[in-house]
Design a protein around this ligand. Sequence first.
Ligand SMILES: [Zn+2]
Ligand SMILES: [Zn+2]
Length: 276
Amino acid sequence: MFRTDYHTHTPLCHHAEGEPEAFVAQALKLGLHQYGIADHAPMPPDAEPYDEWRMLTKELPAYYEWIAQAKTAAESSPLHVLCGLECDWVPGIEDWVHQLRAMYPWDYLIGSVHYLPDIGSVDDSLYADKSLTGSVEEDWLRYWQSMENMVRSGLFDIVGHIDLVKIWGRIPQGNLAEYYEPTLQALQELNMAVEINTAGWHKRCAEQYPSIPLLRELLRRRIPIVIDSDAHYPQHLSRGWKEAVALLQQLSNNNLKQFEHPVSGSSITLLAYGSL
Ligand SMILES: [Zn+2]
Ligand SMILES: [Zn+2]
C-alpha cells in the first residue's frame, strides 16, 4: 500500500508550525508516496478578516512559495508533493471558490464545513459545552444540510472531516442515518472522495471522522476513501495511518484494495481505498 496524506497545514494559518523542509523530512522518514499540502483557504477579500485561523488572500503568494520550497526539498526523492487548499463551505461561496481555483494549478481542493450559516464554527471551543443552535438535533440537521450542499456543488475533490459536528461528543439519539443519508447519496452521484481524518482520535469525540457506521456505508457504496492526518505540525504528519488502514481492513473483511482516483481538471491521481 502506498502511504499518502492529503490534508496538512502550514504556519500561514496561524495555528500550525513547521518549515516545509521539516514536513518533507518527516514525510521521507515515514516513506510517504504523496504529501499533500492543503492549508485553510482565504475567504473573499471583502469578507476579510473572516476569522483568526486562515491565510489572507494577499498571503496566497507566500503560500505558493511555501509549497515551492517543499517541492524543492523533495526534489531528488521519490516523494510527490501535491498542492491543494482546504476550503470552507458557506452559502454563497461558489464564485469565490471558482476564483480560487483559477489562481493556481491546484492538484485538488478539500471541502469542509466548519461553519453553520449565520451561527458559528462547529469546532470553536465556544461550543465545547453548549450546542450552537440550542439543540443537538438542530445542530446536526443544519450541519448535514450544509454538507450535502457542499458535496452537490461539485466544486471540491475530497470531503474534509465529514462528521466534524460530533467533535465535542454531542450526538443525537436515534437513527443517525436520517441526517447523513442525503449526503451519502450525493457522494455516490458525484463520485467524490471522503477522507478518514485521524485527528478525530485526538479530539473530545475520540474517534476518527467518519464514524464506523458511516465508514461502513462509504465502503458499501464504493465511495473512494483517502487517509489524512490534518497535521498542523511535522510530527503529526500521517499520524494514525497504520491504525486507519487496519480499521478499513477490518471493515472490508480483509478485502481492502488501493486504487487510483483521478481528480477532474488535474493531472494527478489520488490514491484511495475501497472494498474489493
Ligand atoms: Zn487548522
Ligand atoms: Zn478542517
